[in-house]
Design a protein around this ligand. Structure first.
Ligand code: SF4
Length: 491
């Protein structure tokens, strides 16, 4: 299973309501998108900022009131982070967002979801803007780039970002004058939805629609790829600044990251996942006919297991149970932590497994260690045969756009074929959903989705070049993420 992502929520109240209530619940609903740090930025007479590491805390009573009093104002943005740029560390407050960037009297709050492929190149161009002690990461470079161009107008600065930054970016920003703005890269790789209250007195942005739902706001559409949306005291202004021939929404959002009750590109994620399960049931009917039960990895594969059960009639047993308060997503952890965390996180009702031929449905295999841990538990409980069904097609290439699988060597699907993977994870067989089935289930067209980690065809130029250069040197022991190896572009 995988990890990164960040989650965003921002809102403006036109009725003097305190924005903190919206921000708190809106970002809390999206904590699955980032466990490393969280942050809030509001504006009253000036900016109020609070960031910290870990999950968004449960607040109640006086503590909630204290936060609300400090983070006052009617406009603000919030962020949860899991980093795909900068040092892989769980304790660095330096990377927490929203951050504040200032230049020539302009000051902006900035929060972003995605990853910039050419951040090193931009950092060189902006070298004199960095303090010697500043820690490099792409959000910092991005915010400096934006604020440095803002003297020509906000829309012009955003357009310049869209034309000069390569990668995935859904951004929320807050100007010191109280303007709230949002934009998405021209390929629309990461999600960003817009909502409002019934009376129109609240406008909001949220990475996933669940952030709107929890606040009782209605979804009114997505920020379109290449579009900027600005909310001022006078209302909302939208402008499509850059149009691209294709889009490239991250296909992986459907299998793993997004919450099942989120609405992406016209479909609820849970219904797409059910379709994945039906597809697997149809494609691998001979395996299903020789199995006794289907199990699902909690929680991202449950809808798919249900779909398979519905399609084939195979008994679905919820034998794998999650310890609810062990919250860290395994894919984002360091290798030694990952195995022990998944071991603690998933419990097995073993008595029902003795002598059974079992299908386990999971969302993806990235490095293989989490799947191996679960397969070994099921084997120990006495299962006779174990077949692993995977909803996301085989991951063979790294991601440059905000998912932390950024080298070839770490990907089991790059190194091994299905038989080799089955052997390595201790299963009797591994079966991936074919890409065409996957795309059909999303309701999108192939030229609207990014599937680079499956096909090796990247929707942006630098990423393609870096992937090819890195592939040629994939055997070199280099733990750095490929987009943090600028020498690859220099040939
Ligand atoms: S490479 Fe894969 S994980 Fe990364 S954006 Fe594309 S589909 Fe998503």
């Amino acid at each position: 299973m995988p990890g990164e992502k960040c989650g965003l929520f921002g809102a403006r109240c036109f009725n003097n309501k305190c924005v903190f209530d919206l921000l708190y619940w809106g970002i809390m609903a999206q904590n699955h998108r980032g466990h490393e740090s969280y942050g809030f930025l509001t504006r009253a007479e000036n900016f109020r900022r609070h960031v910290n590491i870990g999950l968004v805390p449960q607040l109640s009573g006086r503590r909630y009131s204290r936060w609300r009093n400090f983070l006052k104002g009617d406009v603000g943005i919030a962020h949860v982070r899991y980093g795909t740029s900068g040092e892989r560390s769980f304790s660095k407050l330096d990377y927490a967002q929203p951050l504040i960037a200032s230049e020539n009297g302009e000051k902006i709050g900035f929060a972003f979801n995605g990853n910039i492929v050419n951040a090193y190149e931009l950092q060189d161009r902006l070298a004199e803007k960095f303090r010697k002690d500043e820690v490099f990461y792409d959000a910092l470079v991005f915010s400096k780039y934006l604020v440095n161009n803002i003297s020509n107008g906000l829309m012009s600065a955003i357009e310049s970002c869209m034309r000069n930054l390569e990668g995935a970016f859904s951004v929320l920003g807050l100007r010191h004058n109280g303007e709230l703005f949002a934009f998405r890269d021209p390929l629309g790789i990461r999600p960003l939805s817009i909502g409002e209250s019934e009376d129109g007195m609240i406008k909001a942005f949220s990475s996933e629609t669940v952030g709107l739902n929890i606040n009782g706001l209605r979804f009114i559409g997505d920020v379109k790829p290449g579009e900027a949306v600005v909310v001022t005291r006078d209302g909302m202004e939208r402008e499509r600044l850059v149009k691209s021939e294709r889009t490239a929404f991250c296909a992986f959002e459907y299998a793993y990251f997004a919450r099942p009750d989120s609405f992406l590109n016209g479909k609820y994620v849970y219904s797409v996942r059910e379709e994945f399960g039906r597809n697997l049931g149809k494609r691998f009917r001979d395996i299903v006919e020789n199995a006794d039960i289907v199990l699902s990895m909690p929680e991202t594969a449950e809808d798919a297991a249900y779909g398979l059960h519905e399609e084939t009639g195979l008994k679905w047993e919820r034998i794998l149970r999650r310890h609810r308060y062990v919250t860290r997503r395994a894919f984002i952890l360091e290798p030694e932590e990952r195995v022990s965390t998944i071991d603690r996180k998933v419990n097995i009702v073993g008595e029902r497994l003795k002598g059974k031929r079992v299908i386990i449905v999971d969302d993806s295999i990235v490095r293989g260690d989490t799947t191996r841990t679960v397969v070994s538990k099921i084997r120990k409980a006495g299962a006779e045969k174990i077949y692993v069904f995977i909803t996301f097609p085989k991951i063979t290439h790294p991601c440059f756009y905000g998912i932390d699988m950024a080298t070839f060597d770490e990907l089991i699907g790059f190194r091994l074929d299905e038989e080799g993977i089955a052997k390595q994870i201790g299963a009797d067989g591994v079966f991936y959903q074919p890409l065409e089935d996957y795309i059909r289930a999303t309701g999108m067209n192939a030229n609207e989705l990014c599937t680079a980690c499956i096909t090796g065809e990247y929707p942006t130029e630098t990423a393609q070049k870096m992937a090819e250069a890195a592939k040629a040197s994939a055997k070199i022991e280099d733990q750095r993420r490929i987009y943090e190896r600028p020498e690859l572009l220099r040939g």
